[in-house]
Design a protein around this ligand. Structure first.
Ligand code: HEM
Length: 475
């Protein structure tokens, strides 16, 4: 059998052209009101509002795939409030929204279920000039070159963690992966090596983050989310979790403000404390708090769950698992195989399954038009499961990506445009290191033969059992 490296060496053409295709063109973008008046509106999902909301929250996959089967690439959902989102899954529509002027299609993250937790002042939840300012401020520490500095630290955190995994009994990967990714993001934010020292505010912040994440999976939190329609403030268990997290967070900020020689530090917190607005003002404690929580919460759970999905898929797909093991254990084509496995995982199980924009002018979406002030959601999950883009879309086939780079509007697990994930380079670096080390050192098996269901939590889609595996051997 040829190795991965031989199969892909010196090919100018993609190695597996039949596994990635193209979608037929579909016009999209801002249009004049007169043109919009002449086009039909997208079809509405023909189910009662309450049923749609429950299905969307509990069985989002079945809901969106069912609606696309019946209604096509573009359809409208009805929610409890008037003006439910239009959902699209065509890459040309995605391109029109990602490349739109920010004032024509601002992000819907300002209305996100994360807002009660993260506050209104973070780079994720802000829109308009404030968003651009915060983004510019935070870009340098998340740039590819800056991330290279973290690689050794990610490798250490990984080795430390996997040495503790139990042998021959089932366990969930998600909390274990979360321990690694939480260490990495906290180290980047606070500029500390390894775990924070017991009893320090950083230590209590880490504990509170873990508790808040655990609380947000509880059925109580899910009900709270469904009922929290105004999305101004957290309610129920989440409110309690946020309160417990705020105390150490503000303590960390206060302690750091008192430190001398802040200008010599390169960590993200010190950077935020030294930042000046155009008017020369510093960020308030509340602004710094919102930013820190955003980076910790947006940054570690998403990456941990992506890694858990990678293993959930690998242990049920022997060919992909074997190709990865062979590559990382012989070193032959290892980098490429690891990359292909990550890209295919994020295609088939995007942890953030949809993202949205509010179009402020009439917008064309293929054969349809929507009026100004309509929320338009891009279903990442549906884009990634288009038969024309990805033949056999429900199959897990990392080899699709050997010798091929994913398309900007066809593979969108990190979103795109001026709201593209700020942590994408960090997340990819973490996933490369962790996937390589776990595949090289561990013999993992599925804890049960059936694939894990997807559970929807806040804006994420995670493996319902946390990616349960059995570790049979460790080198
Ligand atoms: C596999 C891991 C990750 C996935 C799948 C992911 C996904 C996404 C997506 C889809 C968006 C766009 C949201 C939108 O347009 O509505 C986003 C934004 C963002 N992500 Fe990530 N993310 C990941 C890891 C990270 C990490 C490690 C960090 C930081 C440490 C991070 C921080 C952010 C921030 C700050 C934004 C807001 C950017 C802006 O609005 O300008 N993410 N992420």
């Amino acid at each position: 059998m040829s190795t991965v490296a031989e199969r892909t060496a010196s090919t100018e053409e993609p190695a597996f052209p039949s596994l990635v295709g193209e979608a037929p063109p579909s016009p999209a973008g801002p249009i004049e009101p007169e043109e919009a008046a002449g086009l039909p509106k997208p079809p509405v999902v023909p189910l009662p509002r309450a049923v749609q909301m429950i299905r969307f929250n509990q069985r989002q996959i079945q809901y969106v795939f069912g609606a696309r089967r019946r209604l096509g690439d573009v359809f409208r959902m009805r929610t409890a409030l008037p003006g439910g989102p239009v959902i699209t899954s065509h890459p040309d529509h995605v391109r029109s929204l990602f490349t739109a002027k920010p004032e024509q299609a601002p992000s819907l993250t300002g209305e996100s279920p994360l807002r009660p937790i993260l506050g209104t002042d973070s780079v994720l939840t802000a829109v308009g000039p404030r968003h651009m300012r915060q983004r510019k401020l935070l870009l340098p520490p998340f740039h590819g070159e800056a991330i290279d500095r973290y690689t050794a630290m990610i490798a250490d955190a990984t080795e430390r963690e996997i040495d503790r995994w139990p042998l021959n009994r089932p366990f969930a990967l998600a909390p274990r992966m979360q321990a690694i990714t939480l260490d990495v993001i906290m180290a980047g934010i606070f500029g500390i090596e390894g775990r924070p020292e017991r009893g320090t505010p950083e230590y209590w912040m880490r504990v509170a983050v873990k508790r808040l994440v655990a609380a947000s999976t509880s059925p109580l939190a899910q009900v709270g989310e469904l009922m929290n329609l105004t999305r101004e403030e957290a309610i129920g268990v989440i409110r309690l979790g946020v309160a417990l997290l705020d105390r150490p967070t503000y303590a960390v900020i206060a302690a750091r403000r008192r430190e001398e020689h802040l200008e010599e530090r390169r960590d993200i917190l010190s950077l935020l404390l030294q930042a000046r607005t155009e008017e020369g003002e510093t960020l308030s404690d509340k602004e710094v708090r919102d930013e820190l929580l955003t980076l910790v919460l947006a940054g570690h759970e998403t990456t941990a769950n992506s890694l858990s999905w990678a293993w959930e898929r690998l242990v049920r797909n022997p060919a992909a698992h074997e190709a990865l093991r062979e590559a990382v254990r012989t070193g032959d084509g290892a980098e490429e195989q690891v990359e292909a496995t990550i890209v295919e995982t994020m295609r088939s199980r995007p942890v953030v399954p949809m993202i949205g924009r509010r179009v402020m002018v009439p917008w064309r979406l293929g054969p349809y038009a929507v009026s100004a002030d309509t929320p338009v959601t891009m279903s990442i999950l549906l884009v990634h499961h288009r038969e024309d883009l990805y033949p056999e879309p429900f199959e897990f086939r990392p080899e699709r990506w050997l010798g091929r780079k994913p398309g900007t509007y066809e593979w969108i697990p990190f979103g795109g445009g001026i709201r593209r994930c700020l942590g994408a380079a960090l997340a990819m670096a973490e996933m490369r290191v962790v996937l390589e080390a776990t595949a090289r050192r561990l013999d993992l098996e599925a804890a049960a033969p059936e694939p894990e269901r997807a559970l929807h939590r806040n804006v994420t889609m995670i493996p319902a059992d946390g990616g349960r595996v059995v570790l049979r051997g460790r080198s």
